[in-house]
Design a protein around this ligand. Structure first.
Ligand SMILES: CC(C)(COP(=O)(O)OP(=O)(O)OC[C@H]1O[C@@H](n2cnc3c(N)ncnc32)[C@H](O)[C@@H]1OP(=O)(O)O)[C@@H](O)C(=O)NCCC(=O)NCCSC(=O)CC(=O)O
Length: 474
């Protein structure tokens, strides 16, 4: 039984292995899926954890166990038939130059079923919540020296309140787009089961949810995949450089008891005001640059300035920014939009904290992010040794301040309806370790964005007031 700070408890009822659905006509054959340079770039980054909270008031144990859980399990099994690599493992055999995903019949995804007596209304709200309360709702991804799970899933029942679905996945094997394709496919089958009998069938998925596992679409004539592997091996520097273990995180989860989580929101109107403000500052400065002032850029710029101020980062500190861009449509030739794996290209840049805390700090950061996104066009999208050298140098720097965003305001997280309605709340739990903000489009649409932030309690109070005041000043 996992016990969190304020005595709320999560009791694990079952840990089981769910295999891809098989019938006489359909059984997944063994296979190996190689890693591309996108995958090997993210090889050592810690897992991503997403949580979807579904409110069903008056949900009883009987109806959870008889109606919800069996449908979710069966739908998951059907989904895995289409997403078989998720049931496999990352391994690095002694005779292989780099790790790969290996799937063998009888492999499956670890599924934890648990029960929580936490306050669902509080957890699924936007107010200040203990960050540690969320950890028992997502499963631990099993990663040892020689074997790593690709994904692990947890379904948690909250008596009389609802249920949650938590997923933890290997950053090098799935990006946000892939994760959301998988979740949407699982949700699709779950809804199908409720309206028809698909128990013995092998139902198909819509084209946009049908994953493409073709690794040859990522061209790598210079072998950048192995260049990245070698850099990671050098960086690890331990006796077993071929270990699959991932990096320690920015914030140790065990020591995160004084961290809190809060969700902020920018409406479409707020974004417009931020855009007008940045344009006005630029016009007044006589700047004629064409800036890319998207919702993403303006949201991050506003949140990053609040973060730097709330954390009281010293003015002479060099602050690093990382933007992860989905490169499917940016590569030449483009990769299919349903490509499943990791296709995130990262761009890193820096600025002085002193420039960010100025009155025009939002414009400074917006310009920086705008330039970074432009780099993701053309050659900047391809892998290169320089990119890895830069990344490793940043990781080596002690006490560096890194600003980045997980998730996206284009993933339609709130569209993940398994048949019992849209989620009441979505969270990227793992930002409590990485220090990133998380993004999702507003639940109610309208061009707004939800921003998930984890900070120490006192910093959060400052952040909240800066976030609101920064908008009022517009
Ligand atoms: C690099 C970017 C972040 C930059 O985002 P931007 O929004 O600034 O830029 P953009 O070119 O995509 O879009 C700019 C403008 O184009 C239009 N536009 C683009 N795409 C659109 C779409 N799908 N629907 C509607 N409009 C769209 C809008 O007008 C938008 O402005 P406006 O916005 O004003 O309407 C993005 O392109 C991108 O790649 N996003 C995906 C990032 C991602 O995969 N993150 C997950 C990383 S993995 C991770 O973090 C873990 C995990 O998630 O699991």
């Amino acid at each position: 039984m996992a016990e969190t700070q304020n005595n709320s408890k999560v009791k694990v009822h079952e840990v089981t292995k769910l295999t891809p659905f098989s019938s006489n006509s359909t059984t997944a054959a063994p296979f190996t899926l190689p890693l591309t340079y996108f995958d090997t770039y993210w090889f050592k980054f810690p897992p991503v954890e997403r949580l979807f909270l579904y409110q069903i008031t008056e949900l009883t144990g009987d109806s959870f166990n008889s109606a919800i859980l069996p449908k979710l399990k069966h739908a998951l099994s059907l989904t895995l038939l289409h997403y078989t690599p998720l049931a496999g493992h990352l391994m690095w055999p002694p005779d292989a130059a780099k790790p790969a995903i290996y799937y063998f019949p009888d492999d499956g995804v670890s599924l934890t079923v648990a029960e929580s007596n936490s306050d669902f209304a509080l957890l699924s709200g936007s107010g200040i919540r203990d960050a540690a309360e969320f950890n028992p709702l997502v499963p631990q991804l099993s990663i040892s020296d020689d074997k790593a799970e690709v994904i692990a899933i947890q379904i948690t029942y909250f008596p009389n309140q609802g249920f949650s679905i938590g997923v933890s996945y290997h950053h090098s094997l799935l990006d946000g787009k892939s994760c959301m394709m998988f979740i949407k496919s699982w949700a699709y089958f779950s809804k199908q089961i409720q309206s028809s009998d698909v128990h013995n069938a092998n139902p198909s998925l819509a084209p946009e949810l049908t994953p493409c596992f073709d690794r040859t679409v990522i061209k790598d004539p210079d072998g950048i995949d192995m260049v990245y592997v070698k850099h990671w091996m050098d960086f690890t520097g331990s006796s077993d450089t071929r270990s699959l273990k991932v990096l320690a995180t920015a914030v140790d989860k065990e020591g995160s008891s004084d961290f809190v989580r809060k969700t902020f929101e920018l409406s479409g109107e707020d974004i417009k005001k931020l855009r007008d403000k940045v344009n006005k500052i630029n016009n007044e400065a006589g700047e004629s640059k064409q800036l890319h002032l998207s919702t993403f850029v303006l949201t991050c710029a506003h949140a990053y300035v609040c973060q730097i101020k709330a954390k009281r980062v010293e003015a002479n500190t060099t602050v690093e920014f990382a933007v992860g861009g989905d490169c499917r449509g940016r590569l030449d030739p483009p990769v299919p939009t349903n490509y499943f794996g990791n296709c995130i290209g990262s761009v890193i840049a820096e600025a002085k904290a002193s420039d960010m805390i100025r009155d025009d700090g939002v414009a400074v950061v917006a310009e920086k992010l705008s330039e970074m996104i432009k780099v993701l066009k053309g050659n900047g999208v391809q892998g290169s040794e320089d990119k890895m050298v830069e990344t490793i140098a940043m990781l080596k720097e002690k006490g560096h301040v890194m600003l980045t965003a997980a998730g996206s305001n284009r993933f339609d997280d709130y569209g993940s309806d398994f048949g019992w309605g849209r989620p009441k709340k979505v969270e990227i739990v793992s930002v409590d370790r990485t220090g990133a903000i998380s993004l999702a489009e507003s639940k109610d649409g309208g061009g707004g964005v939800e921003i998930g932030v984890v900070l120490k309690k006192q910093q959060m109070e400052v952040f909240a007031s800066l976030f609101v005041n920064g908008l009022e000043d517009l």
